[in-house]
Design a binder for this molecule. Structure first.
Ligand code: URA
Length: 433
């Protein structure tokens, strides 16, 4: 078997055998196959696609290219959730304590923000003392006693994906559904959970711009998960506007705590209830109405909030921030962006809003950049809302006072206005199980 033959086959649109895919993944991980041959294969896959069998073989080979986490001690209770990335997406911070409060064992490895999307690990580090690195033994012990742990990517999980993703990023080969599906699912499989809920975002702030593409990606991932013996479900949720009202790090944690305290309603709470409901259906086999009722009950009686506090303290964080979320830090300089017109907000370029947050210091352009946890945006109006000229659209927070004029102008440019009430986007397009 040679890489040259594999490339020739894929160039002609022929189906690769599982052994050929494993040969490539093992050879590339071990650096026997060079980047130029790997990038040629990625491009051929982008152009010619992959069959379901090829995608499953690629996922499996990448999932086994490094360490895997053994969660067998939790039986069928282990659960993980993954979002394909969005702006203002703080759902993990809310969903994980809800599911843990109801008896699930939530084992989550999260990423840092890069580009226009935020990352759970950065958000959690807004809590003084919070440790996002735990040893494998500490991680498992905490899941056992508290019911949940959230840490940064650790160990050598799916190293083949790490190398291939970096290569795809610079060779214009990210946007292929089989490559995205296998990349995400290889990490989820290596991370070990028996139950996986995927939140596939669609819209102006998401990878997938159309519901059709989002459904294709979700179907592919659910199929891979189920084929590999994991109970997997996916929700297609809207990312045509930031989720909730906060974009940043400390501001997002404050909003997440607000949902658990019963003080924040609306789209963010609704998506969290739907995600937690699907996780509980997978874990316990409950009927949807029962699962949803139990989720609402732990939100209303404070059990999920108490679980969040227990989790934060277990990971070294100051529980006082959960008791009094107004303590979360806000950057020193603020600016209120005003509406330039009367009318309705017709659409929001959510990716552009994510980039405004990065400009304010809440995110990073390069992996090495440091972030300002107090920087961010609090939205006063969202798509479909009526506005009068001079109404506040949002408040910006930053330590970089000099960026405020550009950030404010970019924020207004990210919105489009209309005199007619615009049609609303559904919040949850579809659920796949
Ligand atoms: N996220 C991933 O982990 N992989 C992709 O290919 C795209 C998004």
């Amino acid at each position: 078997m040679t890489m040259y033959d594999i490339l020739t086959k894929k160039k002609h649109g022929e189906e690769l055998r599982a052994e050929e895919i494993r040969f490539f993944v093992e050879g590339y991980t071990a650096e026997r196959i060079p980047d130029y041959q790997a990038s040629a294969l990625m491009m051929a896959i982008c152009l010619n696609g992959m069959t379901a069998e090829e995608t499953a073989a690629l996922t499996d080979a990448m999932a086994h290219s490094g360490d895997t986490v053994d969660l067998s001690r939790f039986g069928t209770l282990s659960a993980d959730k993954h979002s394909t990335g969005g702006v203002g997406d703080k759902t993990s911070l809310i969903v994980a304590p809800i599911v843990a409060a109801l008896g699930g064992k939530v084992t989550k490895m999260s990423g840092r923000g890069l580009g226009h999307t935020g990352g759970t690990v950065d958000k959690l580090e807004s809590i003084p003392g919070f440790r996002t690195t735990l040893s494998p033994a500490e991680f498992l012990e905490q899941v056992e006693t508290v019911g949940m742990a959230v840490i940064g990517q650790s160990g050598d999980l799916a190293p083949a994906d790490k190398k291939l993703y970096a290569l795809r990023d610079v060779t214009a080969t990210v946007d292929s559904i089989p490559l995205i599906a296998s990349s995400i699912m290889s990490k989820k499989l290596a991370a070990g959970s028996q139950n996986i809920v995927l939140d596939v975002k669609v819209g102006s702030g998401a990878f997938m711009k159309t519901p059709e593409d989002a459904v294709k990606l979700a179907e592919e991932m659910v199929r891979i998960g189920n084929m590999c013996g994991r109970r997997t479900a996916a929700l297609i949720t809207d990312m045509n506007a930031p989720l909730g009202a906060a974009v940043g790090n400390a501001v997002e944690l404050q909003e997440a705590v607000g949902v658990l305290r019963g003080e924040v309603q609306g789209d963010l709470r609704d998506v969290c209830v739907a995600l937690a409901t699907q996780m509980l259906i997978l874990i316990f086999g409950w009927e949807e109405t029962e699962a949803e009722a139990r989720v609402n009950a732990v939100l209303q009686d404070g059990t999920a909030l108490a679980k969040m506090r227990e989790w934060v303290v277990a990971q070294g964080g100051d529980g006082g921030y959960i008791d009094d979320p107004t303590r979360f830090h806000r950057s020193a300089h603020t600016f209120t962006v005003l509406s330039p017109t009367d009318g309705y907000i017709a659409a929001m370029d959510t990716e552009a809003i994510g980039r405004v947050a990065v400009l304010l210091g809440a995110g990073r352009e390069n992996k090495e950049d440091t972030i300002d946890h107090g920087a961010g945006i609090l939205l006063c109006k969202k798509s479909g809302d009526a506005v009068r000229k001079g109404d506040p659209l949002c408040v910006l927070y930053t330590e970089r006072e000099y960026v405020l004029p550009e950030a404010s102008s970019n924020y207004v440019k990210a919105l489009s206005f209309t005199f007619e009430r615009p049609a609303a986007h559904p919040l949850i397009y579809q659920t796949l199980r």
